[in-house]
Design a protein around this ligand. Structure first.
Ligand code: NAG
Ligand code: NAG
Ligand code: NAG
Ligand code: NAG
Ligand code: NAG
Ligand code: NAG
Ligand code: NAG
Ligand code: NAG
Ligand code: NAG
Length: 236
């Protein structure tokens, strides 16, 4: 009888501890080191408000393709999580289900793809709002970052409140949009031309490990073994 009670207590504790662990466990630890509040966003994943120094430990499921993590600035949300942000807004919700609006510095992921590899990159294809750094837990995998404050140096034509826009959003021409799925770029036959431009070079010069224009694959994508955990820092 005593043994049974002990056993069931043990099983109860085991279940309780493992379920706490599984709700807290995450393969991404996102920290805000900016001296202003950032509303972190992930799709899939949602979003949370991070004051300076706060972290959000979240999980993106094995096998997820086309995931994004980014930060939003200057947001106001009501108690039900409805509101808006100056940069990176996701359809007026605190917990994102859709990607953010430009300009926003983006981390892109495809987890456990070929050979169980993770693919990731930092992208300025949607412009820049916050400096960012991604560090895989395994030191054999490449770190990616964009640590310069590009907002500060932004060409006048691309300047918008809170960030530096991408030239596709600003000008909407095939030269800048490539095959982004914008109606404008389809209408102007974007696939015809897609090479670096003086604007993409402006971004690339400042953040060499980032995607600077839609076809900038060669120098920008990194891989790491599936199951890796990643630290994301805003304003590293
Ligand atoms: C996340 O990162 C922060 C800042 O480096 C650290 O203090 C915290 O312990 C980390 N959280 C987890 C769950 O690893
Ligand atoms: C935040 O940091 C920036 C850049 O270092 C600085 O210009 C600004 O004054 C700081 N703002 C606050 C509120 O500390
Ligand atoms: C955006 O939010 C509106 C209002 O809640 C909703 O009707 C719409 O489906 C959402 N759009 C997307 C793309 O999720
Ligand atoms: C950012 O990445 C570049 C290129 O990989 C590297 O040289 C630099 O040290 C990194 N900066 C930080 C702050 O991690
Ligand atoms: C970047 O520069 C902008 C514009 O000068 C400034 O408002 C912002 O605080 C700076 N951000 C950081 C992280 O230094
Ligand atoms: C928030 O908006 C104000 C007013 O436009 C601006 O001065 C400030 O730099 C913005 N903050 C951030 C973090 O972008
Ligand atoms: C778009 O450009 C490509 C390459 O120049 C050309 O082969 C194709 O016919 C064009 N498509 C349209 C719809 O004009
Ligand atoms: C890019 O070229 C256009 C047209 O020549 C010019 O107006 C613009 O200032 C240039 N931008 C940069 C960042 O050099
Ligand atoms: C992810 O799922 C695949 C397919 O089920 C499996 O082979 C792989 O071991 C898993 N990887 C991790 C890191 O859990």
């Amino acid at each position: 009888m005593a043994i049974t009670m002990e056993k069931s207590l043990f099983i109860f504790l085991f279940i309780a501890i493992t379920s706490i662990a599984s709700t807290q466990a995450g393969n991404f630890n996102i920290t805000n080191k900016c001296n202003y509040t950032v509303w972190a966003a992930a799709v899939p994943g949602g979003g949370v408000k991070l004051n300076t120094g706060e972290s959000w430990n979240m999980n993106i499921a094995n096998g997820t393709n086309n995931a994004r993590i980014w930060g939003r600035t200057n947001c106001t949300f009501d108690n039900s999580g409805v509101g808006k942000c100056q940069t990176g807004d996701c359809n007026n919700t605190l917990e994102c289900k859709t990607f953010g609006t430009p300009p926003n510095t983006i981390l892109e992921f495809a987890l456990n793809m070929y050979n169980n590899l993770d693919f990731y990159d930092v992208s300025l294809v949607q412009g820049f709002n916050i400096p960012i750094k991604l560090t895989p837990s395994s030191s054999s995998c490449g770190m990616v970052n964009c640590t310069r404050n590009i907002t500060d140096e932004c060409p006048a034509q691309l300047k918008v409140p809170g960030g530096c826009n991408n030239p596709c959003t600003t000008f909407g021409t095939s030269e800048y949009c490539c095959d982004l799925s914008s109606a404008k770029s389809v209408a102007t036959n974007a696939s015809a031309t897609c090479t670096p431009t003086n604007y993409s070079k402006f971004f690339k010069d400042r953040c060499p490990s980032a995607y600077s224009y839609p076809k900038d694959d060669a120098t920008s994508t990194y891989t790491c073994m599936g199951g890796t955990t990643y630290d994301v820092v805003f304003c590293p």
